[in-house]
Design a protein around this ligand. Structure first.
Ligand SMILES: [Cu+2]
Length: 200
């Protein structure tokens, strides 16, 4: 907001100084361009969370057993019509686990009305309305992940476990048709340098 305001002031100042016709034309062309580009970019690829690495109560790491345990709740809040993981949507939470660690996820569905699922995929944005439920790691998906009647139903839970054996950027998605496309995904990173935790 500050940046855009500063740019506007600068444009006005330049136009005022030169007073020339070409200058004011230039100014009016530049402004709408900038405004049109910014929202489009945010809709397709929101900026990854860049906050400090934290360890909320739902993230536990045990270096002795090289295990990260995650408590993930679908519909933890009413954000995005309950289509969220621990309240996060559109990749606004980034979970990072060290490469080679076993990841144990306890998944609960607190959405009163809708089945949800959880899987880790290599894709991190641009999710289609329907998705092939192929996890990035063997075992990194809940059962019947695309089914509105047989995925993890309201009030139910499921536990999955997998080895995060390849560093990279992944996403945690819901495979029910339309859910990831409308924001039901978090970012999931596997670090090669041992970094671990949660950023928002
Ligand atoms: Cu869902």
């Amino acid at each position: 907001m500050m940046k855009r305001f500063a740019t506007l002031s600068l444009v006005v100042a330049v136009a005022a100084c030169s007073g020339g016709k070409s200058s004011s034309n230039q100014a009016s062309e530049t402004q709408p361009d900038t405004q049109a580009t910014q929202p489009a970019a945010q809709a397709t690829q929101p900026a990854a969370p860049s906050g400090p690495m934290t360890t909320p109560a739902w993230y536990k790491k045990d270096d002795a057993t090289k295990t990260v345990s995650l408590d993930i709740t679908a519909g933890a809040t009413d954000a995005n019509n309950h289509w969220n993981f621990n309240g996060g949507t559109h990749g606004d939470i980034a979970i990072t686990v060290p490469e080679g660690y076993t990841v144990k996820i306890h998944f609960e569905n607190h959405d009163p009305a809708m089945a949800h699922s959880l899987g880790i995929v290599a894709q991190t944005s641009g999710f289609g309305a329907t998705m092939t439920p192929t996890p990035a790691f063997p075992g990194a998906v809940t059962s019947n992940p695309t089914s509105m009647t047989a995925a993890t139903l309201p009030g139910k839970s499921e536990d999955i476990s997998f080895t995060a054996d390849k560093a990279g950027n992944y996403a945690m998605v819901c495979f029910i048709p339309g859910h990831a496309a409308t924001g039901m995904y978090l970012l999931f990173n596997v670090s090669s340098d041992g970094s671990a935790g949660v950023q928002m």
